[in-house]
Design a protein around this ligand. Structure first.
Ligand code: ZN
Length: 152
């Protein structure tokens, strides 16, 4: 069965992992494009929430010395690259017999912690419990749910 009436797969991520939403894009990539437009059209004050979300705390001061248009370009590229990276990881974990170990979970959780609190390594010291409290299958489900949240 075809992915959508006119497309074999999503134009952006090239996968069929998520449903078609519009213009040849899946639900995830559609939101990514929307977010990139939002960044492009934001004024300095509105850009702040994207700065917090996408630029590591350690780099924020250097980043703010850039002019606003290059800041926007950097954030847009960051959104684009990260989203495609997480869609790819989602696909790999879903389709293959890939082990979801604490290292993989750590990367995902630290990205989430960075986005919500701009803290680069909030979870680093708490991750061993993921190995002892969750089995392989559960870790896989956790990783998929978290990646799904991250892609946008
Ligand atoms: Zn897509």
């Amino acid at each position: 069965m075809k992915w959508s009436r006119n497309y074999e797969s999503c134009l952006k991520c090239k996968t069929t992992l998520f449903h078609h939403k519009g213009h040849g894009l899946c639900t995830k990539c559609y939101d990514v494009v929307k977010k990139i437009h939002e960044v492009e059209n934001s004024n300095d004050a509105e850009l702040e929430k994207f700065r917090i979300k996408y630029i590591p705390a350690s780099k924020i001061n250097i980043f703010k010395s850039e002019n606003i248009q290059s800041q926007k370009e950097i954030i847009k590229k960051e959104i684009e690259n990260k989203s495609l990276k997480y869609i790819k990881q989602y696909g790999e974990i879903e389709s293959e017999n890939i082990r979801v170990d604490i290292v993989k979970l750590e990367t995902i959780l630290n990205e989430i912690s960075r986005r919500i609190g701009n803290n680069d390594n909030l979870y680093t010291n708490h991750l061993m419990s993921f190995n002892s409290h969750f089995n392989e299958k559960q870790r896989k489900i956790i990783a998929l749910k978290l990646l799904y949240m991250l892609v946008k």
